[in-house]
Design a protein around this ligand. Structure first.
Ligand code: PGA
Length: 251
C-alpha cells in the first residue's frame, strides 16, 4: 500500500506572516485526516517559520530546490544539509519552472537528487512534457529521458526516499488539468519504466504524484486512478480552504 501524499508548492508567494497564518489556518482543517502525508513548500526564507508553525501538526516542510554541494564558495545556493537544519524533510527537485527559467537539466536534477538523498531528505522529483512535445507524440520519450536521467546512479535502496511528480507543463497554472485517463496513462508508463530500471518491487512501492491545476473539484477523480498516489498542488495550495479540500480527498 502506498501512502497518499499531498504537497503544496507555494512558489514565490507569501511573506513570513502570511506563511505562518496559512499553516495556522490549514492545520485545524486537516487535523482529522488519517493516512495521508501532507507537505508544504514555502520559499527558502520562510522554511524555519513554517517548520515551527507546523511542529505539532501532520504538515511536513519541503524546499522548492537545493544545490548539490554541502558547503563552499557557491554564492546564493542552499544545500540539502542546511534545508534539513532549517526544518525540511522533503525537497522538490526539477520543477518545470526551474527547467524552463533557471537552466535546470536532467544532469543537475540528478546531482541535486543524489545530494538531497545523502542528506536524508525525501525528494519530489518533477517530470513533465510541454504542449509541443505532447502534440508531437513525444510525451513518453520525454518522460523516459527525464525519469532515467533524474534517477541515474541512484541505488534501489534509496528509491524509497524518492517520489516522482508527473506535471505536464501545459497543465501547470493554466486551469487545464490533464484528464484522469491522460494522467493515469503517463503514471502507469512511469511505473513500468521504474520496474525496468529497478524491479517491480521498487516500482510498486514508488509514489507518483500528479501536478497541474489540481483543485478540490478534480482531485477525487485523479486519486481514484490506479497509479496516482497523490498531488503536487500550486495555485490551490495558497489558500487553506482549497488545499484542505484536496488533502481531504477521501471524504
Ligand atoms: P498549479 O501548479 O497547481 O498551479 O497548476 C502545480 C505546480 O507547479 O506544481
Amino acid at each position: 500500500m502506498r501512502t497518499p501524499l499531498i504537497a503544496g508548492n507555494w512558489k514565490l508567494f507569501k511573506t513570513l506572516a502570511e506563511a505562518k497564518s496559512l499553516v495556522d489556518e490549514l492545520a485545524p482543517l486537516i487535523s482529522k485526516v488519517q493516512g495521508v502525508e501532507v507537505v508544504v513548500a514555502p520559499v527558502f526564507t520562510a522554511i524555519s517559520t513554517v517548520a515551527a508553525a507546523a511542529e505539532k501538526t501532520l504538515i511536513r516542510v519541503a524546499a522548492q530546490d537545493c544545490y548539490w554541494e554541502e558547503e563552499g564558495a557557491f554564492t546564493g545556493e542552499v544545500s540539502p544539509k542546511l534545508l534539513k537544519d532549517a526544518g525540511c524533510s522533503h525537497v522538490i527537485i526539477g520543477h518545470s519552472e526551474r527547467r524552463q527559467y533557471f537552466g535546470e537539466t536532467d544532469e543537475t536534477v540528478n546531482r541535486k537528487t543524489k545530494a538531497a538523498l545523502k542528506a536524508g531528505l525525501v525528494v519530489l522529483l518533477c517530470v513533465g512534457e510541454t504542449l509541443a512535445e505532447r502534440e508531437s507524440n513525444a510525451t513518453f520519450s520525454v518522460i523516459k529521458t527525464q525519469v532515467s536521467g533524474g534517477l541515474a546512479g541512484i541505488p534501489a535502496a534509496d528509491l524509497a526516499q524518492v517520489v516522482i511528480a508527473y506535471e505536464p507543463v501545459w497543465a501547470i497554472g493554466t486551469g487545464q488539468t490533464a484528464s484522469d485517463e491522460q494522467a493515469q496513462e503517463v503514471h502507469a508508463f512511469i511505473r513500468s519504466l521504474v520496474a525496468e530500471l529497478y524491479s517491480s518491487l521498487e516500482a510498486d512501492a514508488l509514489r507518483i504524484l500528479y501536478g497541474g491545476s489540481v483543485k478540490p473539484e478534480n482531485v477525487k477523480g485523479l486519486m481514484s486512478q490506479a497509479d496516482i498516489d497523490g498531488a503536487l498542488v500550486g495555485g490551490a495550495s495558497l489558500k487553506a480552504e482549497s488545499f484542505a479540500g484536496i488533502v481531504r480527498f477521501q471524504g
